[in-house]
Write a protein that binds this ligand. Sequence first.
Ligand code: F3S
Length: 395
Amino acid sequence: MFLTKKEEQMCDGEFGETIRKSMDILVALGDIYGAPELVDITSAQVSGVSYKTIGEAGLEYLEDLAKDGSGKATINASLNPPGTDLDNWKELGFPEEFAIKQNQIVDAYANLGISKTCTCTPYLVGNVPRFGDHVSWSESSAVAYVNSVIGARTNREGGPAALAAAIVGKTPLYGFHLDHKRKANLVVNVSDELSGADFGALGYIIGKVVGSGVPYFKLQNTPDNNDLKTLGAALASSGSVALYHMENVTPEYKQAGVEEVEDHMFISQKEILETREKLTTTDRQPDLICLGCPHASLEEIKKVANIVQGKTIKNKLWICTSVSVKATADRMGYTEAIERAGGNVVCDTCMVVAPIEDMGFEVIGVNSAKAANYVPSMCGLDVVYNDVENLIQFE
Ligand code: F3S
């Protein structure tokens, strides 16, 4: 890979150890994938934050990287969800030892200049690239959103690679950064109108079929941005989709090369319903309903507040979101309506990366196909997959 003089000096440690180690990662990646050079990025989103997933070894790695203080993020960079609500972990019943370690991890990232904005929907709260920007993002649902809905360009980066890119301000130029890698290779024709959890089911079906390919959707109705984030998260969890196009909806659908795609699939409500049923793993009722995968937008919190207003929820209810979205939900009175009904708006974390298996829950109700896909394997718990209106039960 071609390196400029300054990049070579970075590799030689002339700008300190943190930058040298970061360049090591980027150059190794570039060599593996045949990148001709590094490209400037405007944004990074770094995964590998929960103590549940990175553990002691991850914490040591971060503290070691930050040790000499020589390198900090040079561009807008934020974090993926950690394993706790960083501020309210005690009130919500998170284990203390876990919470202390979790805060150490987030502090170590902050020492490397990564913002303590901890969310998988950073595009809702200030980490918002422009169309065509090169970025380095690692949360798979956010990658699908930023590539597809915003039209910025990123590969599905690992956490260390996105962190290295944040520090150097560059990433290797390959994969989804290149025009020809952004073409569709499967056309998906959906014959019925979709709503709510249907979008997750559609993403789950297509992700399995297309793997790391680029699907092109033709739908009967126009989804909103919440539906698009749900769809992308599911595509990225049952498959490893980083980019999808949608006719008349996403910004690059006209450049997707759809006329040259030979593979076509047809999906009807029948397959969607079968998949919705398949994603539920038990007949039991959920003892925790967990919404906000990917992290909830203000509109999604408002919807839940309207549903529960003036009632009492039977089971526990969490709506996971970022601190910024919650701050506005507080002002709008949504949080109060939800809390009065017995629910919580939980910041930073989510049902997959939190240690919910150690918090006494057995069955989790979700409206996200990504969560339905991961909760059984990552938490060892059963899930019920349904629309919000059907999940929440009242006294
Ligand atoms: Fe986000 Fe957690 Fe879902 S990181 S996409 S809420 S599994």
